[in-house]
Each structure stands twice: as structure tokens, then as C-alpha cells.
Write a protein that binds this ligand. Structure first.
Ligand SMILES: Nc1ncnc2c1ncn2[C@@H]1O[C@H](COP(=O)(O)OP(=O)(O)O)[C@@H](O)[C@H]1O
Ligand SMILES: [Mg+2]
Length: 475
């Protein structure tokens, strides 16, 4: 069976590696990813390089004539790349352009939650102009999160903990300036630029669900670590590491909270399908926060696998993950079940110095990886922003590698530390050794919010406004 996999990162490497020898793997990406290339060679497929956009995908489809497509990243979904497969009647793992709006537009996602009364929704306001947003923010009495209204690749989200602190003249001007900056990240004609939401607090986690248009299958929870540096400081990145498990949970999320989160995703899929009239086919994820306001609360949705969450989740699926992907694409998920390795997984991403703020500094470095040695230690390596050029591995400016290890988190940490010593580069490499090391803190944080939301639930106040505003009625 010929499979055409689209995308060039570690997530796509993890998916490709999960495909058994039953599949002949063809890849389409913007550079040659060495990890994907290995799978392509092993299965005697072919590697195509080009720009990931609908016209070039059409050409690739007619050249390869695949039996199935798999789309990894979000941008191609936003541009309708998966629809190119559907037009040809080829089963594809990947949300349609219209369904991927759940990720592309944070405003659409929030409005859907309110229209269908989906639990875990936050109050929000969308603004066409930066001035209006700044004016609203300055009148607000509580705390807020200010974001680009559309997907901006993790750029620009600003959580304002105390608006009162922003009310002096200079602070107001500074705020107007930062809101202005956020506005520039998302510039789609006719669509709101900025979304302002009530601010919540609590530990974050992600639930990925496979959907074939009829059956939904939840995968084990994962948590990713966004900030560039140790202890959660520094700029936001695509993710510096992740944890999944043990079992289908994380240590700070209960089975009931897992089920409630799955229910939120179920209702979301049903709402999306009602709005677009199109079946949802592929992965969807809720990027969640456990809050005192609601319990499981939606921060945003993904219309695909998270990266680096995929590297934490996929190796934990005991049965053939490729088979699950195929059943999702072909509408046979009712015949599937997910058997999860009970051991937790720990993922570290490794990036060249410069990432995420100075991509140029992080680009064009030679890097070497002794995959064999890393596997001997008991870890796996997936290649991300690294291309194979004349036999050398060259960094492309983003997260270069993802290392994953299964088992007790402390043991995995030791194994990952050893694995790092088998990676060399002509620049400094950055990675966080504290991924998954704050579980106790998160368990405590979860207990506090759990106490609050369960009392609210008893009183029938779940989701009721958290912030009292002297101005009243702003939302
Ligand atoms: N309403 C909110 N309240 C509190 N924190 C938030 C809120 N929205 C976002 N955040 C924080 O900002 C981060 C990024 O926001 P998110 O909506 O996921 O945007 P992005 O597209 O940048 O990932 C979240 O992971 C969370 O930590
Ligand atoms: Mg996010």
C-alpha cells in the first residue's frame, strides 16, 4: 500500500516510523528529513521535495498515485492540502480546510463553543482594530489573555495578570504598543485581528483524539513545555519537550477529568461537522487547562498532532499505530482499539543556539547524531529541522531533534542525558533537562483548582464569570 506523507518535522518522522513494512512510504516535504528518508528507503518508496502547497501536492499525487495520504502540520491543512487527496477519492488522514478552522481561527473556535454550549468555554471578545482592543482592555477590571485572533505559530500571546497595574499613562501606552504588536501577527482580510479572553490558571495538558468521521478514539494525555529555557523561562517556542503517561493519564489529571475532556472534544467535533457540513477526518486535540472556573477548560484546539506531543504519544501505542492512521483515513475506527504502554514517556527537543528568536543564528550548522548508540541506551530519535545535504546533516533554524524514552521519568532523564552525549554540532545545542520534573508542583496546583471547580459545580456555578468588574457587563 502506497502512503504519501506530507510535512518535514519530527512529528512526521514519528508518524512515518510508526508505519509497518506493509506500507511503501513516499514523502513530500520542503527539505530531506533524514529520519523520514530512512523510512522511505527501507520501504522502497520515494522522497519528493517541494513547497507544501495545494498545486505541488496535486502534482505529487498524480506522480505517486498513493492509496492514502497523511498530512502532519497545520499550515498545509489551512490551505486545503488534504482536500486535494479527497478530490481524487484518496483516503487521507488530515482535517479538511474548512474543519481546520477550529485551529486556524481562535475566534471561530470560541464562537462555536458558545453557540453549542460546549463546557470549558471562556468569555472572549474579538476586535477588528487594535485601538478598540486596547480601549476594552484598559476598561477591564480583572485579568486577561490577549492573543492574535488567528494561528500565529505561538507568537504574541500575552497574559495580563492585573489590568489595574496597566492603568497609569505609561503603562497604558506600553500596553497599546504590545497589543499593536500582537495585531501584526494575524492580518487576514476582513477577520478580527485580536481576541481578548478571560484569564484562567491551572496546569496545562493536551488530549488528542482520532476521528474518522463516525468514530472517535481518544489517545493518552500529553503535556508540552513551551518556554525556551529551564524552569519555564524565556520566549515561547513550538515546544521544548513533552511528557505522556503513565497509563492514559498524567499524574495530575484524574480519570474523570480525562473523560470530561474527551466529552468536550466529542461535542466540538459534532459542532464543527454541523457548521461545515464536512466529516472530521484526522487528529484533533484540545490544548487544555484544568481551572477552578470549569475543571477541564479549552485554551485552544489543534487540527492535527501536536509537536512534540506526537513524539511522546506515538511510541506508547502498543498496537500498530500505522494501522490506526489507516483506519482513521478510511473510516474504520469502529474496528480499532488503542492499547497503551503503561510506561510514561519523556521527550526532549534539541535545538541549535539562537532558536527561537534568531533563526539565522540557528541555521546552517553541521550536526551529527549516533542513532545506533542512542537506541542502545534505550531511547529513540526523531529528526526535525535538519536536512540531509550531500551526506551531511545541516540545521534549518528550528528544533533539530526530538529524543524520546519510555519508563520511569527519572530513569528516562538519565538515559536522555547520556543520549545527548552522542550528538555533536559545530554550535551550542539547547535543551531543557527539567521536562517532567515538576509533577509534584503540578499535582498540588491541580488539587487547588479541583477543590474550586468541584465546589462551583455543587453550587451550579460552573463557568460563571470569575472576574467581577466595577464597570460591569463588559463581555
Ligand atoms: N485565557 C487564558 N488564560 C490563561 N492563560 C492563557 C490563556 N490563553 C492562553 N494562555 C497561555 O498562553 C499560552 C499560549 O496560548 P494559546 O492560546 O495556546 O496560543 P498559541 O497559538 O500561541 O499556542 C497557553 O499555553 C497558556 O499558557
Ligand atoms: Mg497553544
Amino acid at each position: 500500500m502506497k502512503v504519501l506523507i506530507v510535512g518535514d518535522g519530527a512529528r512526521e518522522n514519528a508518524i512515518a516510523s510508526s508505519l509497518s513494512s506493509k506500507y511503501k512510504v513516499y514523502a513530500f516535504s520542503s527539505y530531506v528529513n533524514p529520519g523520514i528518508k530512512e523510512v522511505v528507503q527501507r520501504t522502497e518508496g520515494e522522497y519528493l521535495v517541494g513547497e507544501i502547497e495545494p498545486a505541488q501536492i496535486r502534482d505529487a499525487i498524480s506522480k505517486v498515485n498513493p492509496d492514502m495520504g497523511i498530512i502532519g502540520p497545520e499550515e498545509p491543512l489551512f490551505h486545503g492540502v488534504s482536500d486535494e487527496f479527497r478530490k481524487e477519492g484518496i483516503p487521507v488522514f488530515g482535517a479538511s480546510k474548512n474543519n481546520a478552522r477550529i485551529e486556524e481561527s481562535k475566534v471561530w473556535a470560541r464562537s462555536l463553543m458558545w453557540k453549542y454550549g460546549i463546557p470549558g468555554r471562556l468569555r472572549y471578545k474579538a476586535f477588528q482594530s487594535i485601538e478598540e482592543a486596547a480601549e476594552f482592555i484598559s476598561r477591564y477590571g480583572g485579568s486577561l489573555a490577549v492573543k492574535p485572533a488567528g494561528q500565529a505559530g505561538g507568537k504574541g500571546v500575552k497574559v495580563i495578570a492585573d489590568i489595574q497595574a496597566y492603568l497609569s499613562k505609561e503603562k497604558r501606552e506600553a500596553m497599546a504598543k504590545s497589543v499593536n504588536e500582537i495585531g501584526t501577527y494575524y492580518n487576514k482580510e476582513g477577520e478580527p485581528k485580536i481576541i481578548v479572553e478571560e484569564k484562567v490558571d491551572g496546569p496545562e495538558y493536551t488530549l488528542h483524539v482520532l476521528s474518522d468521521g463516525n468514530t472517535l478514539l481518544p489517545l493518552p494525555l500529553a503535556q508540552d513545555y513551551k518556554n525556551a529555557y529551564q524552569d519555564g523561562i524565556g520566549p515561547e517556542t513550538g515546544g521544548m519537550g513533552s511528557v505522556s503517561g503513565p497509563m492514559e493519564l498524567l499524574p495530575f489529571i484524574s480519570k474523570e477529568e480525562y473523560e470530561e475532556t474527551f466529552e468536550i472534544i466529542k461535542q466540538t467535533i459534532s459542532a464543527i461537522e454541523k457548521e461545515t457540513g464536512e466529516k472530521y477526518n484526522g487528529a484533533i486535540a484540545g490544548q487544555m487547562m484544568l481551572t477552578g472556573l470549569w475543571g477541564p477548560t479549552v485554551i485552544e484546539y489543534y487540527s492535527r498532532f501536536g509537536d512534540p506531543e506526537a513524539a511522546a504519544i506515538i511510541p506508547r501505542i502498543k498496537d500498530d499505530f500505522g494501522d490506526l492512521v489507516e483506519k482513521t483515513a478510511t473510516g474504520h475506527l469502529n474496528k480499532a482499539k488503542v492499547e497503551v504502554d503503561e510506561r510514561a514517556s519523556l521527550v526532549w527537543t534539541v535545538s541549535p543556539l539562537g532558536y527561537p528568536l534568531d533563526r539565522k543564528m540557528a541555521s546552517n550548522h553541521r550536526i551529527s547524531v549516533d542513532v545506533k548508540k542512542i537506541r542502545e541506551i534505550g531511547c529513540e530519535v526523531f529528526f526535525g529541522s535538519v536536512s540531509l545535504e550531500d551526506g551531511f546533516l545541516v540545521t534549518k533554524g528550528s528544533r533539530a531533534l526530538e529524543l524520546v524514552c519510555l519508563g520511569d521519568l527519572n530513569e528516562s532523564r538519565a538515559k536522555l542525558t547520556k543520549s545527548i552525549s552522542w550528538i555533536g554540532a559545530d554550535t551550542e545545542l539547547i535543551y531543557r533537562t527539567d521536562i517532567g520534573s515538576t509533577m509534584e508542583e503540578q499535582i498540588q496546583k491541580a488539587e487547588v483548582v479541583r477543590y474550586t471547580y468541584t465546589s462551583r459545580r455543587k453550587k451550579g456555578f460552573l463557568g460563571a464569570s470569575a472576574d467581577w468588574s466595577p464597570n460591569g457587563g463588559l463581555w
